[in-house]
Design a protein around this ligand. Structure first.
Ligand SMILES: Nc1ncnc2c1ncn2[C@@H]1O[C@H](COP(=O)(O)OP(=O)(O)O)[C@@H](O)[C@H]1O
Ligand SMILES: [Mg+2]
Length: 468
């Protein structure tokens, strides 16, 4: 098929088929309406007027659809880019470039009784919701890639996702892993400590700090080439103890080298890491075509509705939508809020919403404090957070350019280039959100939880940015 001839109807059918293969479901009616709007470059209002749906409702489901299509098409999809991405894929297909076929995972069929995990115990969830496209993507990636990093905010479900992935593998299957190891990085700040434990699990000669490190890593990689192993390093942000953005690893610099070895040397195993902080060197390696994949986890999306219902809440007067929007579908935050609603409001969601308060759970609070106090900040990033916090007192979405102007008023020497890369870093760390309005203008915003945290700690942050 020639992509130039690709019409809306054909595109819809193709994407519907791909979605079925990757996610085991078809496009819903509202998703088709949004797809059509993206394809024809219509605004949300126009799409709403034609379809009879509410504009706000269509806008609220947009991000979920673009996220799902990003996984289906393997490239970042937005409403504006949709048509071009589908056309490019179709034209590649017509030149016999095949899509990787994703192994479909039926979560309900998973039987974890024969799964043996060495090292620490992965967390177990009795009721797991959502993240189906991410799980399918991850399952495919661990079989093909030597290093994967799942990045996301505290409580978004990184460790649970990795654990669910392990359950989806049965060790006896031909294509799966011979050995699975789970390591919590909270207890392995140093590389030696981690290697000792991995050597023990793999039954290698005991790791000895007195021997040459490169020799021992060669031995490890030899084994990882003979045996197909999956090694999960949970909470890898714990090793970033450096004092500046240019020196994120600090005295853990050996890790940087270790990561390069596991990525660049040939072997058939996979290191799967979860992290609150993005790793600049690993993202760069991914962009340069190395065997690395970075997966961003952004919240449960539509599945948060079923998750909230499972927490014993009842959806009245649009309450679930408000809650999900406020807490960005972060399962840990939603669980905490649901718990408080039961404890203090007799389970009445709307009475809680009337109080118009934002709760920040202890784990997120701790994580944010750690993030703000770590050396992984530039003075410019701190100033941007302070400026956004101030501007967002009046409006939720701040025009990108207005934020730049407000910053320049405080720091005259800032160039647009510096501003853009600092904003990019903040978005990668889930601290700032970047959206596009119907007119294609870029807006910046802060999650309500981050905003509240900043209001509480703003003076400290500003002082640090002035001192730097
Ligand atoms: N997909 C999910 N379905 C149901 N609950 C979830 C899911 N993901 C996370 N949770 C809940 O959120 C909590 C935190 O998840 P976790 O995986 O530890 O987050 P992270 O590793 O990103 O900090 C879990 O203990 C669980 O209660
Ligand atoms: Mg975790």
């Amino acid at each position: 098929m020639n992509s130039e001839e690709l019409g809306l109807q054909e595109a819809l059918e193709l994407v519907d088929q791909w979605l079925l293969v990757k996610d085991g479901r078809r496009l819903k009616e509202t998703e088709k309406i949004l797809f059509t709007a993206g394809w024809l470059d219509q605004g949300y209002e126009e799409a709403a007027a034609e379809s009879g749906y509410n504009t706000g409702y269509l806008q609220s489901i947009g991000p979920d659809l673009w996220r799902t299509l990003t996984y289906v098409l393997g490239e970042k999809v937005s409403k504006k880019r949709l048509k071009k991405i589908v056309e490019t894929k179709v034209s590649k297909l017509s030149h016999n470039v095949h899509f990787p076929t994703v192994v479909e995972v039926d979560l309900d069929q998973i039987d974890s009784s024969d799964l043996v995990v060495l090292g620490r115990r992965p967390p177990k969830l009795s009721h797991y919701f959502g993240y189906k496209p991410e799980l399918a993507m991850l399952r495919q990636s661990v079989l093909e890639t030597q290093c994967i990093v799942v990045v996301g905010q505290a409580g978004v479900g990184k460790s649970s996702l990795a654990s669910k992935l392990l359950e989806s593998f049965k060790l006896t299957d031909e294509e799966d892993f011979e050995m699975v190891i789970w390591e919590s990085m909270q207890v392995h700040e140093s590389l030696e400590s981690l290697l000792k434990e991995i050597f023990r699990c793999l039954n290698l000669d005991p790791y000895s700090c007195s021997k040459d490190l490169s020799f021992q890593i060669r031995e490890l990689l030899k084994t990882l080439n003979q045996k197909k192993c999956l090694i999960v390093l949970d909470g890898i942000e714990n090793i970033l103890i450096g004092d500046s953005v240019d020196n994120p690893y600090g005295r853990n610099e050996a890790y940087r080298w270790f990561f390069r070895e596991i990525i660049e040397q040939n072997h058939q195993s996979c290191f799967l890491m979860t992290s609150r902080e993005p790793f600049a060197d690993l993202s760069y390696a991914e962009e340069s075509g190395q065997s690395v994949r970075v997966i961003d986890l952004k919240g449960l999306g539509r599945d948060a509705y079923a998750f909230l219902a499972s927490q014993g809440l009842v959806d009245k007067e649009d309450g679930f939508r408000v809650l999900i929007q406020r807490y960005r579908a972060n399962p840990l935050s939603l669980k905490l809020v649901a718990n408080r609603i039961h404890k203090f409001f007799g389970g009445e969601l709307n009475r809680f919403l009337e109080c118009d308060t934002i709760l920040i759970g202890e784990p997120l609070q701790r994580a944010l404090k750690q993030q703000f106090n770590s050396g992984l900040w530039t003075a410019l990033e701190r100033s941007i957070m302070a400026v956004l916090a101030k501007l967002s007192q009046n409006t939720e979405n701040i025009l990108f350019y207005n934020a730049f102007e407000a910053l320049k008023a405080e720091k005259e020497y800032i160039s647009m280039g510096e501003f853009m890369s600092a904003v990019e870093n903040l978005c990668d760390r889930s601290l700032v959100e970047r959206t596009e309005d119907d007119a294609g203008q870029i807006m910046l915003s802060l999650q309500p939880m981050i905003k509240k945290f900043l209001y509480r700690h703003l003076s400290g942050i500003i002082q640090k940015s002035l001192a730097a």
